[in-house]
Design a protein. Structure first.
Ligand SMILES: [Zn+2]
Length: 53
């Protein structure tokens, strides 16, 4: 069974600079799933994802 780690993630929109702090889960390949879909500015693909310690 793959281990799923809970993590806190900061997501910054590269278009408008809005920031969101979310709880995410680390997937088996190191990708982070947050369920975040889109920013207020309608951007849904251009984000910077920063994992919080
Ligand atoms: Zn935005």
């Amino acid at each position: 069974m793959p281990k799923r780690e809970r993590t806190k993630v900061l997501i910054r929109c590269k278009l408008c600079g809005e920031r969101y702090t979310l709880r995410g889960r680390r997937g088996p390949q190191g990708n982070i799933e947050t369920g975040f879909k889109r920013c207020l500015c309608d951007n849904d693909r251009d984000f910077e994802v920063i994992e919080q310690p």
